[in-house]
Design a protein around this ligand. Structure first.
Ligand SMILES: *[C@@H]1O[C@H](CO)[C@@H](O)[C@H](O)[C@H]1NC(C)=O
Ligand SMILES: *[C@@H]1O[C@H](CO)[C@@H](O)[C@H](O)[C@H]1NC(C)=O
Ligand SMILES: *[C@@H]1O[C@H](CO)[C@@H](O)[C@H](O)[C@H]1NC(C)=O
Ligand SMILES: *[C@@H]1O[C@H](CO)[C@@H](O)[C@H](O)[C@H]1NC(C)=O
Ligand SMILES: *[C@@H]1O[C@H](CO)[C@@H](O)[C@H](O)[C@H]1NC(C)=O
Length: 301
């Protein structure tokens, strides 16, 4: 006697409660997609029913036609030969179907309940649109998400790279049975950027996003700096001219003095030649004809 036979004997023994399982016991789907639950029944059964949020929506006889309250609900055997397994499908799910999904197998089986969660993705919009600012200006972008359930996780990308979450902060507001949120990103405009706001809930395979462009107008040259530079240059030039001027004047005067001395020497020499007399005084006494020539040569150098 094999194990399967043994189990079958135990289960089919009168007075022993039949068993069945429902899987998954907890399911989260995105609005508009399908939700599926499998019921596996051990033993002989006749009728299975499915309730969604307290309403009987589907009846499955083990043999015969399945009846459903609407096209939104359907069921089938997992395989044509195996009537122990039934797949129940809720098509095009919405929040109306979220809640308890109960499967009942008539007879000694009882009921099993599972939980259905339906998420909704709404809209994402960077409110400012494209923006043009001056370089180094603080820029602010507001990303508004509306009609999401639950509240989405909002993040930002700049040129495709994720933004540190210290640069933005998000607030969520319940709006009816869904959520609106607002995220504010602020940073200093340095270069041209693609700004992207992303919103995601667990059941979305990729986030929804809104993209705008930031154009940074390069700063005009800073005139105050330029003027300061020019002024200091001017100051230096003036100082230089002053020193140069003083030096030049000093040199000029020295040369004039020298020329004056030469002139005097020549005059004295001519006078002494004419008169044949030695000029009186200590200084003139030193002036000789030879010394006069030397002085001439010196001054010409
Ligand atoms: C099952 O449905 C078919 C047509 O869809 C019908 O001909 C048949 O009579 C139904 N059987 C039962 C038991 O209701
Ligand atoms: C899905 O359900 C919504 C209402 O919840 C309906 O407007 C829409 O047309 C349905 N889509 C399909 C493909 O049945
Ligand atoms: C977050 O929001 C508050 C209030 O609106 C604001 O004072 C604060 O500066 C914001 N922080 C950042 C990083 O944006
Ligand atoms: C949520 O967003 C919708 C659509 O943008 C808007 O009509 C509604 O007033 C918002 N609700 C709240 C509470 O901000
Ligand atoms: C940004 O792009 C515009 C043209 O699209 C260009 O004129 C400007 O110089 C760019 N800014 C910087 C900071 O590169």
């Amino acid at each position: 006697m094999d194990l399967g036979m043994c189990i079958w004997l135990i289960l089919s023994a009168p007075g022993v409660m039949g068993q069945f399982q429902v899987e998954p016991l907890d399911s989260t789907v995105l609005k508009g997609s399908d939700a599926r639950f499998n019921a596996t029944v051990q033993g002989k059964w006749e009728v299975m029913t499915w309730n969604v949020r307290g309403f009987l929506v589907l009846t499955v006889p083990r043999s015969g036609n399945i009846s459903s309250s609407s096209e939104q609900f359907s069921a089938s055997f997992c395989s044509t030969e195996d009537t122990s397994c039934v797949t129940f499908t809720i098509h095009n799910t919405s929040r109306r179907e979220a809640g308890l999904v109960i499967c009942t197998v008539q007879g000694d089986y009882g009921s099993k309940s599972a939980q259905l969660h339906v998420q909704e993705s709404g809209t994402v919009q960077i409110q400012e649109g494209d923006k043009k600012v001056a370089q180094d200006e603080e820029v602010e972008f507001n990303c508004v998400t509306s009609a999401w359930f639950p509240s989405p996780v909002v993040s930002w990308n700049l040129n495709g790279g994720t933004v540190d979450n210290s640069l933005y902060n998000s607030t969520h507001v319940a709006h009816g049975d869904s959520f609106n949120s607002s995220s504010v990103l602020t940073f200093k405009a340095i270069k041209n950027l693609t700004v992207e706001c992303l919103a995601i809930v667990q059941t979305l395979t990729k986030p929804l996003s809104s993209t705008v462009h930031l154009v940074v107008v390069p700063k005009p040259p800073d005139w105050t700096v330029l003027i300061a530079v020019l002024c200091s240059f001017g100051g230096f030039a003036l100082l230089f001219l002053l020193i140069f001027g003083m030096f030049f004047c000093y040199k000029c005067r020295k040369e004039k003095e020298l020329n004056f001395q030469d002139e005097m020497t020549k005059r004295v020499r001519t006078q002494s030649q004419l008169s044949g007399l030695r000029p009186p005084g200590r200084k003139q006494g030193r002036v000789t004809v030879n010394a006069g020539y030397v002085t001439d040569e010196d001054s010409s150098l």
